[in-house]
Design a protein around this ligand. Structure first.
Ligand code: ATP
Ligand code: MG
Length: 253
């Protein structure tokens, strides 16, 4: 359902010399409905950039992207709009995704309005269902983001993303800023939602243990390139690349 075909991304740096920097090089990935592909690699390897390219938050320099049989490499405005709700991204810092001046109630209504999913009269019912789905209580609705915990904030972010019924979600280290005890709950929630809706996930992490728990396949990224890719258990049992071995050693500490 989702394919990245030989994707490359350059960034230009510097005001005068405009040095070209290749951050993602010749990356090809594919995902089937209901599947989770792990993307693992050291810091600065290009994982977040690949995630943003996948949902077309940024435009590739070379290569092709397709989603549900449609070429979205040069998505026009109208195609981009149709595709935008179906492809979503969740970042590691829930704080950054939630406007501090809005109540949780308003934050949950935001995607419903933005994508014109229903009338105003239907919103309270939908908000209630969104809360229920992510395991939150209605007493949170009148609070502001600063008055809810990190785990609750990430649940709110997840509720907002799931409200638009995505088919493909990039999870960019969604639990790395949360307490270990909360991490497991959030991952469990993401897995439950995935099973209910048969969504495809691209799960970015640098923790091989989490990847092993969540993913069927994994792609290892080093310096912008995929250095190996395959079933998680095979790669964990027989890592071929030095970078993968390093990540496995860190994971075993
Ligand atoms: N907009 C940009 N302009 C220039 N360089 C960028 C830009 N975005 C990212 N980079 C660079 O691209 C490289 C890859 O960044 P990216 O955020 O994709 O890494 P990452 O694998 O997600 O790292 P981490 O594990 O620390 O999150 C980094 O060297 C980063 O500085
Ligand atoms: Mg990153």
């Amino acid at each position: 359902m989702f394919k990245m075909h030989h994707i490359t991304k350059f960034f230009y740096q510097g005001q005068i010399l405009r040095r070209k920097r290749q951050v993602v090089q010749d990356v090809s990935l594919s995902l089937a409905p209901g599947e989770t592909l792990g993307l693992i690699g050291p810091s600065g390897a290009g994982k977040s950039t690949i995630g943003k390219l996948a949902v077309r938050l940024i435009k590739p320099s070379h290569g092709r992207l397709s989603f549900e049989g449609r070429d979205i490499t040069h998505a026009s405005r109208s195609i981009a709009k149709q595709v935008r709700t179906k492809m979503q991204i969740i970042f590691q810092d829930p704080q950054a995704s939630l406007h501090p001046g809005k109540t949780i109630d308003n934050l949950l209504r935001e995607p419903l309005r933005l994508h014109r999913l229903m009338s105003r009269a239907e919103e309270p019912g939908a908000v209630k269902r969104m809360l229920h789905q992510v395991g939150l209580n209605a007493d949170i609705l009148n609070r502001y983001p600063k008055a809810v915990s990190g785990g609750e904030k990430q649940r709110i972010v997840i509720a907002r993303v799931m409200a638009v019924k995505p088919r493909f979600v990039v999870l960019d280290e969604p639990t790395s800023m949360l307490d270990v005890s909360v991490q497991a709950n959030i991952l469990h929630l993401l897995l439950t939602l995935q099973r209910e809706r048969n969504m495809a996930y691209l799960y970015i992490s640098h923790d091989m243990r989490l990847v092993a728990r969540l993913c069927q396949r994994v792609a290892v990224v080093d310096q912008g390139r995929i250095v190996e890719q395959g079933p998680v258990n095979e790669i964990m049992a027989r890592p071929r690349h030095a970078c993968t071995r390093r990540l496995l050693r860190i994971g075993n500490l």
